[in-house]
Ligand binder design. Structure first.
Ligand SMILES: Nc1ncnc2c1ncn2[C@@H]1O[C@H](COP(=O)(O)OP(=O)(O)OP(=O)(O)O)[C@@H](O)[C@H]1O
Length: 221
């Protein structure tokens, strides 16, 4: 059974088609690259899959249940980097990630399905994985745009889940850091995570994706 599946989901707003009917099926341990030109609807599709946008047509399921009835399950299973996470201006990078991971750990612990102690190292691991350990004591305004993207990735990968949704994870990153993204995605896929990511980076797609889904442009220029 696919972990996350969408059948003919489409989004229209005030008569404009943001996403033409699109189907996608994500299995555990698979990685799908969502491709298409600017404005084709990639971000819109990811927002639908993350339960952040209700489709105007079609349907989606998470672990066999309708996505729009699965608010708690989405939070529990899906880690998504679509919009950058909100960073607290007065907290260092280390404290931001510690706080975010502690909130998730508390949530998981209150459900009794994950030991809060098991979460303790996730934030530190994620910071190290994206090579931003040396920035841990900086505040958000002291980071470059690429460094902010690495923080966003660290926050997203710090959260274990069955599904990972990423919108252009390579954006603003230099080639070496794009390599770190490829490694992190490959590792997550090997661990059984179902991945969908939108990307304009053909190298990253070739390295990490086992399936490509082309999203059709809704409005041609
Ligand atoms: N809030 C909105 N209101 C109206 N139209 C929107 C809105 N958000 C996006 N769109 C339109 O929806 C279409 C799909 O946008 P989307 O962001 O999903 O494209 P994309 O494939 O991710 O593009 P890119 O590669 O440039 O990131 C575009 O034509 C865009 O102009």
């Amino acid at each position: 059974m696919p972990v996350l599946q969408a059948s003919n989901v489409g989004v229209s707003l005030s008569g404009a088609e943001l996403l033409p009917a699109t189907s996608i099926s994500l299995r555990a341990g698979s990685s799908t690259a969502v491709r298409g030109e600017n404005g084709a609807g990639k971000t819109t599709l990811l927002r639908v899959l993350a339960g952040r946008l209700r489709p105007s047509k079609g349907s989606a399921t998470l672990l066999g249940h309708p996505l729009d009835e699965r608010g708690v399950a989405i939070r529990r299973h899906v880690a998504a980097l679509i919009e950058p996470p909100t960073l607290y201006p007065d907290l260092t990078l280390r404290d931001q990630i510690t706080l975010i991971v502690a909130a998730w750990a508390g949530d998981a612990g209150s459900r009794g399905d994950t030991e809060p102690a098991a979460w303790a190292g996730f934030g530190t691991e994620a910071i190290e994985r994206f090579g931003i350990g040396h920035l841990a004591d900086r505040f958000p305004h002291e980071l470059s745009s690429g460094q902010r993207q690495l923080v966003s990735l660290a926050v997203t990968f710090a959260r274990p889940g069955s599904v990972l949704l990423l919108d252009e994870p390579e954006q603003r990153l230099d080639p070496d850091r794009r390599g770190l993204v490829a490694e992190a995605l490959s590792e997550a896929r090997a661990q059984g995570v179902a991945i969908a990511f939108a990307s304009h980076d053909s190298q990253l797609v070739a390295r990490v994706a086992d399936t490509e889904l082309r999203v059709g442009a809704a409005v041609k220029p």
